[in-house]
Write a protein that binds this ligand. Sequence first.
Ligand code: ADE
Ligand code: ZN
Length: 366
Amino acid sequence: MTGSTGDATVTADWIRSLPKAEVHVHLEGSFELIDLLELAKAAGEPLPGPAATLFDLGTHHGFAVPEVTTGGGRDNGAGVGGLTGFLRFLDWQCGLVRTREQAARHAYRFAARQSASGVAYTDVIVNPTHWRAWRGREAALLAALAAGFDEAEQDGLCAVGICVSLLRQQSSAEGADVARWIARDRPHRVVGLSVDGDERAAPRSGARFAEAFTIARDAGLGRTVHTGESSGPDSVWEALDLLHAQRIDHGIRAVEDPVLLRRLADDGVSLGVCPHSNITLGLYPDLARHPIGRLVAAGVTVTVNTDDPAPLRTTLEAEWLAVAESLGWDRERVVRLALDSVAASFAPAETRERLRAQLERVPLAA
Ligand code: ADE
Ligand code: ZN
């Protein structure tokens, strides 16, 4: 993901220095190798493969599923079909977290890593279905994570809001139960409802989750929906029309539908784009052929995010730098990206206002 930047002063260090938000990142995709080594040892479980290659997505160390060709993507062994194996790998990782202390520690470390990238606020996605040991105790899981985020914020680290995520294959009743639970109990730090998982395993899930997302909207919760990653524009339309989505996670395949692009632009619905994730999981061969530039040119607001930074071996500053280089963005345009990230977040209004004011004071000359 290299190219020639339009502005040599747009560097990783400068990007790190910007107060910004990340709005599409999964807590499940934030276990570093050292975390997994410690957790696996504590659980008495062997690693599924050698430590050095644990994040090699082509192998998935037994989590791989046969590749299914979708036409658009590169068949690199990770591929779009690789998303299914990848999600199973996330199940294995989260299954190692057994205690309240371990969950809180993971949350704290997540906030610290966000701070290391200069992220001031994060909407993190937490999908309780990945966390095997917490089945039936989802409230306890969220409470443990929130305690870790509280400690982190008290220590001056990144502030974090939680988007509770439904798994795409869940039933309508399960989705509505989750939405009712978070709308009623308002678990600490929960700011929104999300859907994630493999779009190809349950491609048209809009109607199924309409009740859940209507409950979330009526309760004033944020709504963000994974769609337009491996499924096409139709599912993005469903997220807008049936799920009242305020943000779309990925949404890149909206590029195939000019009417949809206009709707996204007119309604100010932003796309939480994750270029390196899309390339690693085989949707596009490289950044030059990634649709982000065409989405921006169509007037759609995009944010740039990491998705699953640890197993995908990326950082937010690497993502932003790669996009800035590829699209020839100068400092002013990158500050705009930071402003858009803050505006798209479900952070409290005073946090958004404080970060906006800080960003407006960033010097644009080196
Ligand atoms: N959960 C974690 N990463 C994901 C992705 N890229 N797509 C869908 N669900 C996910
Ligand atoms: Zn995602």
